[in-house]
Design a protein around this ligand. Structure first.
Ligand code: PEP
Ligand code: MN
Length: 374
């Protein structure tokens, strides 16, 4: 898949900001005027709001589109809103919305995404696709493909975090590895961090924004409201235009690359060393598995079970201690060793059950085990 940029490439992050929901014409226009003065790139406001439980404020509907049209006329700001079905798409197009976004609760549902894609067939408008609420990279990719298939090339993704059970520092777990993997697969896809929905609170917005820029994100989506505490939706995570300006002023933009020869040379030298170490790690893992297989043969001859809890505990404890001395976190050592241990078990099982093909794990089962130990 080939993508065209939704946002012009510059050295500063793309700034998308505006209220969670359009509430009144006065609130929308006031926010837009103050944000226009800060030179943001795109003004956001939810018109149709997907709410977790009925009875909550579900958005002002089409009337709000008139307010967004006024925002554009008065401030020159481009606008974006969330669409979740065919009718939303047609209404948004009718009122001249510049960019559409697909929300997390819609990305999760292929029927809805297809409905939106069909409504967009033959239309040339940029679309932002938020990650699905659950941590499923394929579902996110599926939504991107559905929109791309109808001829839309200006697609960017919005990382807004993933639903989780229980209390956490975040409203939605960032699970940075998922968007990183998406970007690895589609390097020309622009990626925006919706830190408001990841954080769910104001105090860590700046930290998460910076983290995303350090990871080479193209920009931020932030919820901004003139009186956040009185907001009709997502009050805890919205900030005033002034607080927004403060937050943005503390960010350090990172370059994705440079033509500074000395920097590039040093980076290259270090990367070669890393490649060498990675090669050694792989060779060592290969040798370790060969040893595990020899043990497997031995256990088989003596009819001893593969899993030996006391030995495993001893390895784990010993290595965590050693790792600490080398500056490695306990979680890294535990994750790596669990994965290695799991792989050793698979190798030993293969040896032990050579004459029992029904007991030999296929690759998929191996993957499932790897997922469990992560
Ligand atoms: C929003 O941006 O206000 C919104 C509803 O977001 P999400 O789809 O990420 O929950
Ligand atoms: Mn919101």
């Amino acid at each position: 898949m080939k993508f065209q940029p939704v946002f012009e490439k510059t050295t500063r992050p793309v700034l998308i900001a505006g209220p969670c929901s359009a509430e009144t014409e006065e609130q929308v226009l006031q926010t837009a005027r103050e944000l226009a003065a800060q030179n943001i790139d795109l003004f956001r406001a939810g018109i149709w709001k997907p709410r977790t439980r009925p009875g909550a404020f579900e958005g002002v509907g089409t009337e709000g589109l008139r307010w967004l049209r006024r925002v554009k006329q008065e401030t020159g700001l481009k606008t974006t809103t969330e669409v979740a079905n065919t009718q939303h798409v047609f209404e948004a197009l009718k009122y001249g919305i510049d960019v559409l976004w697909i929300g997390a609760r819609t990305t999760v549902n292929p029927f809805s995404v297809q409905e939106i894609a069909d409504a967009l067939s033959g239309v040339d408008i940029p679309v932002l696709i938020k990650n699905p609420v659950n941590a499923d990279l394929k579902l996110w990719m599926g939504a991107i493909e559905r929109i791309h298939k109808v001829g839309i090339q200006r697609i960017a993704v919005v990382h807004r975090g993933f639903s989780q059970h229980g209390d956490s520092r975040f409203r939605n777990a960032p699970l940075w590895q998922l968007p990183i993997e998406l970007k690895r697969r589609y390097p020309d896809l622009q990626i925006i961090c919706d830190h408001s929905h990841i954080c769910g609170r104001r105090d860590i917005l700046g930290t998460i924004a910076q983290r995303s820029l350090d990871l080479n994100y193209d920009g931020l989506m932030t919820e901004v409201h003139p009186r956040p505490d009185e907001a009709w939706s997502d009050a805890e995570q919205q900030v005033t235009p002034f607080q927004y300006q403060e937050m943005v002023s503390h960010l350090t933009a990172r370059l994705s690359t440079t033509d500074d020869v000395e920097f590039l040379h040093s980076l290259d030298t270090l990367r070669h060393q890393i490649d060498d170490v990675d090669e050694q790690l792989l060779q060592l893992l290969g040798s370790r598995m060969k040893l595990a297989e020899q043990i497997g043969e031995y256990k088989k001859r003596n009819n001893i079970s593969i899993f030996q809890p006391s030995r495993w505990n001893e390895i784990l404890e010993h290595s965590v201690e050693k790792g600490k001395k080398l500056g490695l976190s306990e979680s890294l050592v535990a994750v790596v060793l669990r994965a290695i241990h799991q792989e050793s078990i698979v190798h030993q099982e293969r040896i032990m059950n050579e004459n029992r093909p029904d007991l030999v794990k296929d690759e998929q089962e191996g993957d499932e085990l790897a997922a469990v130990v992560r």
